[in-house]
Write a protein of this length. Structure first.
Length: 308
């Protein structure tokens, strides 16, 4: 239904424009702009918690130039944007402060977050949760759906938090590339845009991938390995490995079980994160899980914009 609305909405807007064109001049620029505005309390909070300590620009106002013209997008809700700003700070920024260092976060964490209200839907039935650009910007989509997922750590991770860790991994890889040996574990098994089609959508574990999306190409595979590992418990990971502990019967060239392939990748990922960035992935996971439990149990105030 939401995908249909995205296609219908432009027709509705066009109808409104056509019925009013006799009275109003049609402008080529977007009617939603952030070129000038009066700073509100949220802006002051963002300045105190993002810009001043980390030089991060957290953009919640809709800016056409920051959006992808290939998708229909809408502005992010103000209240949901406040909650997301707290979540990014508590579950991501301060997590890397704790596990790596404040200097690490200041040096490598993206310098811009941009929020949009809806997901970016693609023609293959999937939708984009977020993107990373040039090692400096992360776009987070679907912000207007955030409140409905706050009570579930799994849902928060699936739609938002995992996305941030995934995209941050891309930024780290863009700064210092991951080993070529990772690409050689399953070199001929990537399927590009067919990852959500049959049979790949159901047999990714047996094929040696931690998610269906990881089958896209090596760069996405690496980022999925990091983000899935650090946002799930050891018990969840072992459940995936048990399910992966077989070969995909249709691939006669697959000589190892999916579990063996994923564990080879994990060894490379662990070594890269520790040797290159000094980050122990188990400590990072423990920190993230502890903090997300605090969020879902209501111990973290996600709405205050008081500047201390």
């Amino acid at each position: 239904m939401k995908k249909n609305i995205l296609y219908i909405l432009p027709l509705m807007l066009m109808a409104l424009v056509l019925t009013s064109c006799e009275k109003d001049e049609i402008k080529s620029q977007s009617v939603i702009t952030a070129d000038s505005y009066t700073q509100n309390q949220f802006d002051k909070w963002l300045e105190a918690n993002y810009r001043n300590p980390y030089n991060i620009d957290f953009k919640y106002r809709y800016e056409e130039i920051e959006s992808d013209y290939n998708y229909y997008t809408v502005p992010a809700d103000m209240d949901a944007s406040i909650i997301m700003a707290h979540l990014v700070k508590y579950l991501c920024v301060e997590t890397y402060n704790e596990v790596a260092s404040v200097d690490f976060t200041r040096s490598y964490f993206p310098k811009m977050f941009y929020l949009i209200g809806t997901w970016e839907f693609r023609n293959n039935g999937s939708y984009i949760l977020g993107t990373a650009e040039g090692g400096k910007k992360i776009l987070l989509a679907g912000i207007n759906e955030l409140k409905s997922h706050l009570g579930s750590a799994d849902e928060l991770n699936h739609y938002y938090i995992k996305t941030i860790h995934h995209e941050f991994t891309h930024i780290l890889n863009q700064t210092r590339d991951y080993p070529t040996s990772f690409r050689q574990v399953t070199p001929n098994s990537y399927v590009n845009d067919s990852q959500f089609s049959e049979p790949y959508v159901n047999v990714y574990l047996q094929r040696g991938f931690i998610t269906a999306y990881a089958q896209t190409e090596p760069r996405e595979d690496f980022a999925e390995m990091v983000s899935e590992y650090v946002t799930h418990t050891a018990g969840w990971w072992e459940e995936q490995m048990v399910a992966a502990d077989t070969k995909w019967s249709e691939d006669v060239n697959q000589t190892e079980t999916g579990r063996a392939l994923i564990e080879q990748k994990l060894d490379i990922v662990r070594a890269y994160m520790f040797d290159t960035w000094g980050i122990d992935m188990d400590k990072l996971r423990d920190c993230i899980l502890r903090r997300q439990d605090n969020v879902t149990s209501g111990l973290v105030d996600l709405t205050s914009i008081t500047v201390e």
